[in-house]
Write a protein that binds this ligand. Structure first.
Ligand code: PGA
Length: 247
């Protein structure tokens, strides 16, 4: 398996001084010889400050969104080129909070993934079913369509499977559920993308914590974790990183 990647999605939390301190603590606490790739995704306004903090460390920097265009009349938006300009390497796209609260649909996400890749960013594209879809047995159908709609042809980024009902609830999917869904996702990636579908990393996200990380990261084909709440606590986040190293 390729290196596992642990991504911290800080969402809309923290002011610059706190975030800088958190980034320093994470960089200083990374286990020596860790094989995991570690990425933090702070709010846009903190990217510049954090870029200089993580510059010569093993911590990578990601953003939580970007626009599909390079420039233009898009008030309040940030282009992929503006991110690479700051030293950002990754961008989370199509997070369920963007899909639900900002009307992003698969097509929006796919266009952003194309633009991000063109700018040199690695897109982390999120998909996931709602509780209703899960209850009505629509999980695989939903995810299959999201892959088809959100990932562009020739996609070479990262896929994050985040069941919406597991985000921020403290109720992660069970290892059996993750195993089953991941094997479906892998088959679907191969069906839709052929050979390249074999090498796309699939992260799990949704209430990953210091307590459940080892079990989740040990599951066959889990390429890492997308971590929300626990990524705001350096101790918890570093425990998750250690679990990846051991996995
Ligand atoms: P959570 O969030 O770890 O707090 O559940 C995950 C995410 O939204 O990416």
């Amino acid at each position: 398996m390729s290196r596992q990647i642990i991504v911290g999605n800080w969402k809309m939390n923290g002011l610059t001084a706190d975030s800088a301190e958190r980034a320093r603590t994470i960089a200083a606490g990374l286990p020596a010889g860790s094989s995991a790739e570690v990425v933090i995704c702070p709010p846009f306004t903190q990217l510049a400050a954090l870029a200089s903090i993580v510059k010569d460390t093993r911590v990578g920097l990601g953003a939580q969104n970007c626009h599909k265009d390079e420039k233009g009349a898009h008030t309040g938006d940030i282009s992929p080129q503006m991110l690479t300009d700051l030293g950002v390497s990754y961008v989370i796209l199509g997070h369920s909070e963007r899909r639900q609260n900002h009307g992003e649909i698969d097509e929006t996400v796919r266009e952003k993934a194309v633009a991000a890749t063109k700018a040199g960013l690695t897109p982390i594209v999120c998909i996931g079913e709602t509780e209703d879809q899960r209850q009505s047995g629509e999980t695989q159908n939903t995810l299959g369509w999201q892959i088809k709609g959100s990932l562009p042809d020739g996609f070479s980024g990262i896929l994050a499977y985040e069941p919406i009902w597991a985000i921020g609830t403290g109720l992660a999917a069970t290892p059996d559920d993750i195993r089953e869904t991941l094997s479906f996702l892998r088959a679907e990636l191969i069906r839709q993308f052929g050979e390249t579908g074999k090498s796309i990393s699939i992260l799990y996200g949704g209430s990953v914590s210091a307590d459940n990380a080892a079990e989740i990261l040990a599951i066959q084909d889990v390429g890492g974790a997308l971590v929300g709440g626990a990524s705001l606590k350096p101790d918890a986040f570093l425990s998750i990183v250690r679990a990846a190293s051991a996995g």
